[in-house]
Design a protein around this ligand. Structure first.
Ligand code: RIB
Length: 304
């Protein structure tokens, strides 16, 4: 079986400003450095897969504008199969505005643009990719019916379905989607949104994981920043720790984790080993500013 990982999802141009603190409602603040860099949870995950040594194809929609054309060129230069990344007339490429504070925490405002037009028809058109795929990786910045179509195709051809439930929607996710998900990777906030359990320690993490599994998902990994990642093995809670690092910017840490996890699984690593690899990759990404700018290469993991 091929080890190819299909990523379905968003691609944004990120505009990042460093600030002393995140602005309060109605407050104007003066920030420091400004950078523009590539982002979008889907694109970040595809780039993470590629830089960490995986084979990937990306299914996405961009605007037929300067941001979109630039993103398509850069995705292709990363070595990602972009034959199903479409430039769309009459709508802008997705954009994200991201202030990052002194502690590395951020707020993100996304204007979805063309991401919102990624459709079930786009997925059907990309069916040949699914025949060869080992893993389908998705997030929630593109329409849910599109993700349902992708998961259905993945299941038809025997691929593992991995869902990063970010950003967590106001409405619960449809049961049909969750029942097709083999691995879900919420952070603590998303896990609380899905389970109704505030994740604060190992006991509450176990309760949250069990509540999410009752919704039909196979395996749950809760990413918990400096605490590492919680999952269950044989019904027991396991916390897999991560490296202690100086945090500069947490943007795309979750995306890096997901891409790395899929690469390790596609190489036949066991669950715990795959999570350790993903923790290492994410811990490097938070030491650098930006989304694509922060995503590490495989050789950096081997040296960490
Ligand atoms: O997960 C980080 C990403 O969220 C950013 O790159 C931004 O574009 C938003 O999609």
């Amino acid at each position: 079986m091929t080890k190819r990982i299909i990523v379905v999802g968003s691609c944004n141009t990120d505009m990042v400003i460093r600030v002393d603190h995140l602005p309060l409602p109605g407050e104007t603040i003066i920030g420091h450095d400004f950078i523009t860099n590539q982002g979008g949870k889907g694109a970040n995950q595809a780039v993470a897969v590629r830089r960490l040594g995986g084979e990937t194809a990306f299914i996405a929609r961009l605007g037929n504008d300067d941001f979109g054309k630039n993103s398509l060129r850069l995705l292709t230069e990363e070595g990602i199969d972009t034959q199903y990344v479409a430039l769309t007339d009459g709508i802008s490429t997705g954009v994200a505005l991201i202030p990052v504070d002194d502690k590395g925490e951020n707020s993100i405002i996304v204007s979805s643009g063309a991401n919102a037009l990624l459709s079930p028809d786009d997925i059907e058109a990309a069916e040949p990719l699914f025949r060869e795929a080992a893993i389908l990786l998705m997030q929630l910045e593109t329409p849910i019916p599109t993700l349902v179509s992708a998961a259905r195709l993945a299941k038809r051809y025997g691929a593992t379905v991995v869902l990063n439930p970010a950003p967590y929607p106001k409405e619960p996710l449809p049961a049909e989607l969750l029942e097709m998900v083999d691995i879900i990777t919420p952070n603590e906030t998303e896990a609380a949104g899905m389970s109704g359990v505030k994740v604060a320690d190992e006991g509450s993490a176990l309760k949250a994981i069990q509540a999410i599994q009752r919704q039909g998902v196979g395996n749950v990994i809760i990413t918990a920043g400096a605490a590492g990642a919680y999952t269950t093995m044989d019904g027991q809670l396991v916390c897999i720790p991560t490296n202690k690092v100086d945090v500069v910017d947490t943007t795309a840490a979750g995306d890096t984790f997901c891409g790395a996890l899929c690469v390790a699984l596609s190489r036949g690593k066991d669950f715990a080993e795959a999570i350790r690899f993903a923790n290492k990759a994410a811990s490097i990404s938070v030491t650098r500013i930006g989304a694509w700018r922060s995503i590490p290469y495989e050789k950096e993991i081997l040296n960490s």
